[in-house]
Design a protein around this ligand. Structure first.
Ligand code: PA5
Length: 447
């Protein structure tokens, strides 16, 4: 198994606030039903409701077309700008950030997400239009932030190169049928790749959304999918004891609903997973933050922490403030590029415990110490051990968390695939722009 889950510290044996064997046993029937629902649905592949979980299998047939498009883009540019927000960018960013140290120096990738005129201006100033490709990603094909910045960048290309050459530097990833971007691509004859109807933004990194830009910059996307497939094979049984995603869903659900653990902190002890945590936070929050049928709120608040940096920032609060938290640590068990700590006689005298140690020994000691104090403070916690930071491991982590999120949503009885309240905000932003009203005018409260 690529990932090893250490969940013992989530259970009551490890501390008074953990989950008991009786609680897990009590959830066996709902877990089996949920597992069956998802397994039955997955027989329909991309046509099913949970089509996103079929991507590791179903996308292999599309890889040759994606690779061919990636080769074309690579042949035309030195810089590729991915325009998209939320689920249309966070997964791609997470994989790029984790692997960038091992990627070829070109093409360089730039992410345009937040609507920030200063950043957009600076990006244009640093790029050469002739060597730049735009990949615009939007499932709905109409998200304000994405459309606005796409229009600005398209215009920048046109100004520098003329309409014809500008068209040869644009690629669109969007809904196969509807949306503004789809009609634009048809009108302008721009090359496109589809986002299957059953695949929503935050579950889309293993579709063309992530695969095309990642293939352009040289990520082994086949290994990414293979890692996800390998992980999915560990989730075939309905028994939480041998299905890691089902076990994580059950633990998370029980710790929230029966033990008041409302905050889920993810703390990797490896810098390269920093943006993976951002992806996880969006996936978890937008999927699970909903009202249940009984009007009780569902979902735990996902929080990002980095080991060892946040030992010097958040740890004090974790140890002495409310015990409303659960933790997931991610530990890299083998570091390819370790460094010995060189000590002269004076340093050896000052730091005798560092003799014959490496930098990896230090981060390992930091991790173990933090996990120990977190456990002693009564916080349930688990560790995901990863053997390396590579495409296969990232694929496995993505599949594990997407599956866990879907299972957890179904346990709460909510729909983990929609985001109705986010849509409301998007609609209000459009009406604010359309009527030239200030936000303060929308309510009685003066901003
Ligand atoms: O996960 C989601 O569904 C959202 O975060 C979307 O990805 C985000 O709102 C962007 O939407 P779109 O891809 O339609 O531009």
């Amino acid at each position: 198994m690529t990932l090893t889950l250490r969940t013992a510290r989530m259970y009551r044996d490890a501390g008074p606030t953990g989950v008991s064997a009786a609680e897990m046993a009590g959830l066996a029937a709902p877990l089996a039903a949920i597992h069956q629902t998802v397994a039955d649905d997955l027989r329909h592949g991309l046509e099913g409701r949970f089509g996103c979980l079929s991507l590791p299998d179903t996308m292999t047939a599309s890889l040759p077309a994606i690779q061919a498009m990636a080769d074309t883009i690579r042949g035309r540019c030195r810089d590729v700008v991915v325009i998209g927000i939320g689920g249309s960018s966070l997964g791609t960013k997470a994989v790029w950030h984790a692997l960038k140290g091992d990627l070829p120096p070109q093409p360089r990738i730039h992410f345009v997400e937040n609507t920030d005129p200063y950043d957009l201006h600076r990006l244009c100033a640093q790029l050469n239009a002739r060597d730049t490709a735009l990949i615009c990603v939007s499932k709905s094909g109409g998200t304000l932030e994405t459309v606005v910045q796409y229009l600005a960048l398209r215009d920048w290309l046109v100004q520098h190169l003329g309409a014809e050459a500008a068209r040869s530097r644009q690629w669109i990833i969007t809904d196969p049928d509807g949306g503004w971007l789809r009609s634009l691509a048809q009108r302008e004859n721009l090359p496109t790749l589809p986002i299957p109807a059953s695949v929503g933004g935050r579950y889309s990194v293993l579709s063309a959304v992530g695969l095309l830009p990642l293939a352009v910059i040289g990520v082994d996307v086949e290994a990414l999918l293979a890692g996800a497939r390998a992980q999915a094979r560990h989730c075939r049984t309905a028994d939480a004891a041998s299905n890691p995603a089902l076990e994580m869903a059950a633990l998370s659900y029980l710790l929230d609903t029966a033990h008041g653990k409302r905050i889920a902190i993810m703390m990797p002890y490896v810098n390269r997973l920093r943006l993976f945590v951002d992806w996880y936070c969006q996936l978890w929050a937008e999927s699970l933050g909903k009202l249940r049928e009984n009007a009780e709120p569902a979902g735990t608040l996902p929080v990002r922490a980095m080991g060892a940096v946040d030992q010097h920032s958040q740890l004090q609060m974790y140890l002495e403030s409310r015990t409303d938290k659960m933790f997931t640590f991610i530990e890299l068990v083998h570091w390819d590029h370790d460094l010995a700590i060189p000590l002269g006689p004076e340093e050896t005298e000052a730091y005798p415990h560092l003799a014959h140690k490496t930098v990896a020994d230090v981060i390992d000691a930091e991790f173990r110490a933090t996990r120990e104090v977190i456990t002693q403070a009564g916080h349930p916690n688990m560790t995901i051990e990863i053997p390396a930071v590579d495409a296969a491991v990232l694929g496995a982590l993505i599949d594990l968390y997407e599956r866990t999120t879907v299972y957890t949503g179904l346990l709460y009885g909510i729909n983990p695939l929609d985001q109705p309240s986010v849509e409301k905000g998007k609609a209000i932003a459009v009406s604010v722009l359309g009527t030239n009203r200030r936000l303060a005018d929308l309510s009685d409260v003066e901003a």
